[in-house]
Design a protein around this ligand. Structure first.
Ligand code: SPV
Ligand code: MG
Length: 306
């Protein structure tokens, strides 16, 4: 695939630029350079020709792609080396899922390493101990981080960064773990006071109403702080509804790998069922398209948007 023409510092800054320019920034999970090329070139068919403004590096899909559980097992340097490969064929900014951020001392180094590699932002979740994926059904799976410890992690991370553009986004897990509403709001206040550049309000409920309701209050309290949604569990809520409630960044966190996984399952069953590849071809792109993709999908040199 072709080599990207954008430098790390330039790319890093483009997330903040998008947040300042766009009413709503949408980013999508990419687990491979190919996924990034496809996402960067995707365009909606509507009159506004929607595009993705950036990428999400997901701990869930990075782990699943390697057949591993999402339990903070992957080495951060290794994940950054995969991001290098993504960056070599793309130009959009990337937000990294930093799990809990690990130990505070480690997090400071993580921040520096991410900045060096051109990552625009890291999201860290306010949990501690053995991290499990937030969408797992069941109670008692997660332990909330003590507020003061999490705030220290944020402020030490902010002090460690060298650019002004890198963002540390605090992820509120209170709706996942069943914290009272007031405690979630108090945590948000504390994280913003500690220097968080944004807040993710996460939920695994299929009803988006509690998320929208809490978002309105967070927007009222922190009008200058970007609010981030990950609407995996409540996918019927539209971008317009999320924006109206106060969200300015939407993360489509795992759909690219889920789609690829379903296609791979389907293809493998069809080959086995029919004893040939003809029927599998219906769910595959043509070989010729795969062959020409490096030429057809060169990194885009974008004109600045109005
Ligand atoms: C991820 O994509 O790894 C996330 C989002 O952390 S979620 O899976 O919804 O927890
Ligand atoms: Mg994750």
């Amino acid at each position: 695939m072709s080599i990207s023409t954008i430098g790390n510092e330039t790319r890093l800054a483009t997330l903040r630029e998008s947040l300042a320019r766009e009413k709503l920034v949408r980013i999508v999970e990419v687990h491979s350079p190919l996924a990034a090329v496809i996402a960067e070139h995707a365009q909606g068919t509507g009159p506004d020709k929607r595009e993705f403004h950036g990428f999400w590096s997901s701990s869930l899909t990075d782990s699943a792609l390697r057949g591993l559980p999402d339990v903070e097992l992957l080495d951060m340097e290794l994940r950054l080396s995969w991001i290098d490969q993504i960056f070599s064929v793309s130009t959009l900014p990337l937000v990294m899922d930093g799990d809990t951020g690990g130990q505070t001392l480690h997090f400071e180094h993580m921040v520096k390493a991410m900045e060096r590699r051109g990552v625009s932002a890291v999201v860290i979740e306010d949990k501690c101990g053995a991290k499990r994926n937030s969408l797992l059904p069941g109670d008692g799976l997660h332990t909330m981080a003590p507020v003061d410890e999490f705030c220290e992690k944020i402020s030490r991370g902010k002090a460690a960064q060298s650019s002004t553009d890198f963002m540390i986004i605090a992820r509120l897990e209170g709706l996942i773990t069943g914290l009272p509403r007031q405690e979630i709001l108090d945590r948000a206040d504390a994280y913003v006071a500690a220097g968080a550049d944004g807040l993710v309000l996460h939920s695994r409920g299929s009803d988006g109403a509690p998320v929208l309701d809490l978002a309105r209050e967070l927007r009222r309290r922190h009008p200058g702080t970007p609010l981030v949604a990950i609407p995996t569990a409540y996918p019927s809520v539209t971008e317009e509804e999320l924006h109206a409630a106060g969200f300015s960044l939407i993360i489509y966190a795992n759909q690219m790998l889920r789609a690829a996984t379903r296609a791979m399952e389907e293809v493998s069953h069809r080959i086995l069922d029919h004893g040939r590849a003809l029927e599998a071809g219906e769910v595959c792109i043509e070989t010729s398209k795969l062959l020409s993709m490096p030429d057809d999908k060169r990194p885009i040199v974008r004109a600045p948007r109005d």
